[in-house]
Design a binder for this molecule. Structure first.
Ligand code: ASP
Length: 328
């Protein structure tokens, strides 16, 4: 039984990835292949970025109905560096505000021969819904779906851990913060589970802890000091204010004191532990500036890997769609 319908919607009838909507249901081999291709696109800081023509002649449209800096820009750069034409829709002035349905916006882009639509939206289920209606040459890439899924973030997190810590099966990974509202936490959990990490921990204040039926197999902590002890990877997450109503909203100063990742707490982690954050950071709330800018932080590396991972996903999807066309 497949618990997540998005996992089957994203494949063509031969089982190839045609859309990327969730990491749920992706095999270890499939993830490793994407990470290997992403690594091929990684360059040292200061070197010219990787480029090829995997997307020559194709058009990529970015549709972000929620704010984004890193994800939108990195999808744009990734597509350009693979030779695609890129359009960015300004969602505040798009026709959705005039009452047009998302599907009508999608059909409009499709009629203009957009091939890959990169979508971010606050509504759960939208990417999978749209994927059911698009023409055979069109792919949907999920760039952040409500609190549920952010697959390219999960992949870039995995790539960053692989580069800095190596063998996943020896690692204790901690995800700390507002787990309940975080799509980053869910995609990280899915990818680290597939890659076989030794131990996955989630830590959150009681109000921000997800339901018991989620994050199967993860160890749960409400005390950050207990959670961080011996961890090899510490991922700090922002409080998702935009998804929280009223009483659940913690006070920032007391949150930092009781739950923030600071230098003193980081000493409890394993020697050489890395610190991650998907951004945007709220400095001195979920993470202290000292830690964010400190020697154990790999936050800028995550950003750099974001472009490489998105190039790998775009190139893979384009190749799969081409392969299908050839055999039809
Ligand atoms: N940028 C990430 C996301 O879109 C993390 C965050 O917003 O806190 O989910």
């Amino acid at each position: 039984m497949n618990p997540d319908p998005s996992a089957s919607v994203q494949r063509d009838s031969d089982g190839r990835l045609r859309h990327l909507i969730t990491l749920e249901g992706m095999s270890r081999d499939e993830i490793v292949a994407l990470l290997d291709l992403a690594q091929f696109y990684v360059r040292e800081p200061g070197d010219l970025p990787a480029r090829d023509q995997s997307l020559a002649g194709q058009t990529v449209a970015n549709l972000f109905f929620e704010p984004s800096t890193r994800t939108r820009v990195s999808f744009e750069l990734a597509a350009q560096r693979l030779g695609a034409e890129v359009v960015n829709l300004d969602m505040h002035s798009s026709s959705r505000v005039k009452g047009e349905t998302v599907l009508d916006t999608i059909y409009t882009l499709q009629a203009m021969r957009a091939d890959i639509l990169v979508m971010r939206d606050a509504e759960p289920g939208l990417p999978a819904y749209v994927a059911r209606f698009v023409a055979p040459h069109v792919s949907i890439l999920n760039a952040g779906e409500a609190h549920l899924s952010h697959p390219t973030q999960g992949l870039l997190d995995a790539l960053t851990v692989r580069q800095t810590k190596g063998d996943f099966t020896k690692l204790r990974v901690l995800i700390a913060g507002d787990i309940s509202h975080s799509r980053v936490a869910r995609s990280a959990w899915q990818v680290f589970k597939s890659l076989g990490v030794a131990e996955l921990r989630i830590a959150a204040p009681a109000d921000l802890m997800p339901n018991k039926n989620e994050f199967a197999g993860a160890r749960r902590f409400e005390n950050i000091d207990d959670a961080i002890r011996g961890a090899d990877v510490v991922m700090a997450l922002r409080i998702q204010r935009e998804r929280i109503r009223g009483a659940q909203m913690p006070d920032e100063t007391s949150y930092h004191r009781t739950f923030g990742i600071n230098a003193q707490r980081l000493k409890l982690a394993a020697p050489g532990a890395i610190v991650m954050h998907p951004g945007p950071m709220n400095r001195d709330v979920e993470i202290s500036s000292e830690v964010a800018d400190g020697p154990q932080s790999v936050i800028q590396r995550q950003v750099a890997n974001g472009v490489a991972v998105r190039m790998a996903v775009l190139a893979t999807i384009a190749r799969n769609v081409q392969a299908r066309r050839h055999f039809q």
